[in-house]
Design a protein around this ligand. Structure first.
Ligand SMILES: [Zn+2]
Ligand SMILES: [Zn+2]
Length: 235
């Protein structure tokens, strides 16, 4: 009998990434001298606990698949929701941490970027879980809901999707920018703006505004539809 391996990564690695994150936060909580820093640690622990729950639920789904069952779309959705909530809490914790001016912070926690890098291994595992779930959803249910949302504090990073070389993954470009595409509304860096413009005259301004490369491929009527939908969702 052969063992079918459906996991894109190994369970042990995931557990050790989680364990490392937990250790870092425990160290931080012990050294914290301000209430804000402690609050950040508590928030991060909360996020970790949610991620562990989501991971357990994910393993259960995987087990069901190995048994030949097809978990419902809601079951996948629940795991994704828990993961995205955990993600929000992570970034709130990072923001609190930055505001705490904690003097005894280990260098790994000196600022948000350092923190994100420190916990990257664990974050990457969770991204893998998300990617795997989305692939399964697409395969079994023939739909893919792609939600592009920006993490709090990262509002000015380019959200144009670029492919990681030699892989099937698309990620946000993330280059710093303060401009957005007039059609899709994504923050877009100079490299991802096309030469094409769209004339608008409404609450977003008056005149010719630049389109990102993706939007620039759409005919005018479709650009209007994209804009109107975005404006109505944002109002
Ligand atoms: Zn666009
Ligand atoms: Zn870009």
């Amino acid at each position: 009998m052969t063992t079918k391996k459906t996991a894109a990564f190994d369970q042990q690695q995931m557990t050790s990434a989680m364990g490392k994150a937990r250790y870092l936060w425990t160290t931080f909580a012990r050294r914290a001298t301000s209430a804000l820093a402690l609050a950040a640690a508590a928030q991060a622990f909360g996020a970790l606990a949610r991620e562990m729950d989501a991971y357990d639920a994910y393993l259960l789904l995987q087990h069901q698949e190995e048994e030949g069952e097809t978990p419902t779309i809601c079951a996948y959705e629940e795991v994704l929701i828990v993961l995205s909530r955990a993600g929000e809490n992570w970034y709130r914790a990072a923001k609190t941490l930055q505001a705490s001016s904690e003097e005894t912070l280990p260098t790994a926690f000196a600022n948000r970027e350092a923190l994100v890098t420190t916990c990257l291994e664990q974050r990457l595992r969770l991204v893998e879980v998300c990617t795997h779930l989305l692939k399964l959803l697409q395969k079994k249910h023939k739909i893919l809901l792609l939600v592009e949302s920006q993490l709090p504090g990262y509002e000015d990073d380019c959200m144009y999707l670029v492919r990681i070389p030699n892989s099937g993954y698309l990620v946000c470009c993330n280059a710093a920018t303060e401009e957005h595409c007039i059609a899709c509304g994504r923050p877009t860096c100079p490299a991802h703006f096309s030469a094409r413009t769209l004339y608008v005259q409404d609450r977003e301004g008056k005149g010719d505004f630049t389109l990102c490369w993706k939007s620039a491929q759409l005919p005018r009527e479709e650009l209007e539809i994209v804009r109107q939908l975005r404006l109505s969702l944002n109002s």
